[in-house]
Design a protein around this ligand. Structure first.
Ligand code: GGG
Length: 362
């Protein structure tokens, strides 16, 4: 007797956040729901949306509900948009929402793929399709984002104020992200890890990072390695992109480098990311790399590809790799057909781009 498949129901938390976050999260949800609808009942998504962000701050004085972390804890994954709006200082909004979730849920690995899409070239106009195919692995729990330091506010306004901002590097923190990068490199055609620091100038934390990198590298003799200073790596991104595969760096360095990488790929609007708690003790969070873009928010112009690509990373994490691959393919079909949003020099709205991806899925 034929049996009806029992669907896997994934509980997903959606946090659109600020500005274009609402538009791109709606786009990603629509694509995911279309995939679930076409799955023949194999899987489904049970969404709950949270209206946290700068408007919530205006109403309550908080970027997220007081019990927000407790409420998120039981979800299978979090799908995030963007944070930041001119009404709230950026460091308040970032620490009150995105960083609070990343750090509380020990999402210590931030994975940011950077690659060309068909029909899209950024400033590297003559580059071959395969010349840009990297994953930037960002240490996401400590480093320059440890939140350590202070200001002597008593001196404020008298010209003598001093501020200290310390970076924290632990052996455990360095080792786990570096091992993560090596394990990832082993899954790729080019088995290479480039470690990035500024250890000539930052002589404690980043020298510890370099030491750990050398020690861990000895366990992966099949993986090519190099240690590069961040300034030299920025130049290399532009001049010799084909030399790289996995790039691992501290919180701040990797954030800056991955923005440069996505600009080289065509636009920040394309860049997808996963904030992973690899031990799966807490939910992981998937979000486009871009911010809230107040200049275009609410106009239907935002590029949803970064958010849709992040949805594909989430599918992989949920154990649906074939659907993830189909979604990546649908993004490729869309850009290859010349359906490009405004940031890529095209005319497609958020809605038109999203519809094209959904059509390419079916
Ligand atoms: N979707 C990513 C996002 O909203 N980013 C806002 C931002 O300002 N991020 C800076 C950071 O996380 O370092």
């Amino acid at each position: 007797m034929p049996t009806t498949p029992v669907p896997s129901v994934f509980r997903l938390a959606a946090i659109p956040g600020d500005g274009v976050g609402a538009e791109v999260v709606a786009a990603g949800r629509e694509v995911l729901d279309a995939l679930a609808a076409g799955s023949g009942g194999r899987f489904a998504f049970d969404w709950e949306e949270f209206d946290w962000g700068c408007d919530h701050h205006a109403r309550t004085g908080r970027m997220m509900a007081e019990d927000g972390l407790e409420r998120l804890r039981g979800f299978d994954a979090i799908y995030f948009g963007a944070v930041g709006w001119p009404t709230v200082p950026d460091h308040v909004s970032l620490w009150g929402l995105r960083l609070r979730i990343c750090q509380s849920f020990d999402q210590w690995a931030n994975v940011r793929p950077v690659h060309f899409l068909p029909g899209v070239r950024g400033p590297l106009r003559n580059a071959d399709e395969h010349d840009l195919d990297w994953v930037v692995v960002r240490e996401n729990s400590e480093g320059e984002y440890a939140g350590l330091g202070g200001r002597n506010l008593a001196a404020r306004g008298r010209g003598g104020e001093v501020a200290v901002q310390s970076a924290l590097f632990t052996e455990v923190g360095c080792e786990r992200i570096i091992r993560f990068a090596f394990d990832l490199a082993r899954t790729r055609t080019r088995r290479k890890v480039s470690s990035v620091t500024k250890s000539n100038a930052l002589q404690y934390g980043m020298v510890l990072w370099d030491d750990v990198f050398r020690r861990v590298a000895a366990d992966y003799p099949d993986v090519e390695t190099e240690s590069v200073l961040v300034d030299a790596m920025a130049a290399r991104f532009v001049l010799r992109p084909q030399d790289l595969s996995v790039v691992v760096a501290s919180n701040l360095n990797a954030d800056i480098l991955s923005d440069l990488g996505s600009a080289l790929a065509g636009s920040l609007g394309l860049a997808a990311s996963a904030n992973l708690n690899p031990e799966r003790r807490f939910p992981s969070m998937f979000e486009p790399v871009h911010g809230s873009a107040p200049d275009i928010a609410g106009r239907g112009l935002a590029n949803p590809i970064g958010a849709i690509g992040s949805a594909a990373l989430m599918l992989d994490h949920l154990g649906l790799p074939e659907e993830a691959a189909r979604l990546h393919q649908a993004i490729h079909t869309t850009t290859r057909a010349g359906i490009l949003p405004h940031d890529l020099g095209g005319t497609a709205t958020t809605r038109a781009t999203t519809q094209a991806v959904i059509t390419a899925l079916t």
